[in-house]
Design a protein around this ligand. Structure first.
Ligand SMILES: [Zn+2]
Ligand SMILES: [Zn+2]
Length: 160
């Protein structure tokens, strides 16, 4: 129940405001954290990004989680695709994996983010290859993905 406000988020994923609709004065054209352009809707289908959930009569502390994919067209938001790209670029830096192994590890990164039947397979693949890829790559990928993967995946691949 209730209604959703609109969120404004920069292309790198910094949340500017979860109340861009109700409080347009909170809007910023550019991100003050990183200088990137901000958006309030999906660049593919123009659907507004859901923000604060207003429930009549309920006052509560509400933690906002920005979406990874558009709820209307399923396209990854720019911050999600940038995280995936960075993780994949890191994988390309290692000399310890051959081309097939790199491709396999990269595809596991896509599935780690999505909560689906392939996530479990992706966890197994990730663990299989990341040790071989080297601790520097592993640490880099962890830094990129720690805030975007869900708790189950975190526990499974990093034990936390
Ligand atoms: Zn930013
Ligand atoms: Zn969309």
């Amino acid at each position: 129940m209730g209604t959703f406000d609109v969120a404004q988020i920069c292309l790198n994923g910094h949340v500017i405001t979860e109340m861009a609709g109700g409080h347009p004065e909170y809007r910023k054209e550019f991100c003050t954290e990183c200088g990137e352009k901000t958006i309030i809707s999906c660049q593919n289908c123009n659907t507004n990004i859901k923000g604060y959930h207003n429930v009549p009569g309920v006052l509560g502390i509400f933690s906002y989680y920005k979406p990874k994919y558009c709820e209307k067209c399923g396209q990854a938001f720019p911050w999600t695709s940038r995280q995936l790209e960075s993780a994949k670029e890191l994988i390309d830096l290692t000399d310890n994996l051959n081309t097939d192994e790199k491709a396999d590890l990269k595809s596991s990164i896509d599935d780690l983010l999505k909560d689906g039947p392939k996530t479990v397979v992706a966890q197994a693949k990730y663990k299989k290859y990341i040790g071989k890829a080297g601790s520097e790559i592993g640490k880099g990928i962890k830094d990129i993905l720690i805030d975007v993967v869900n708790e189950t995946v975190k526990k499974a691949i990093w034990g936390q």
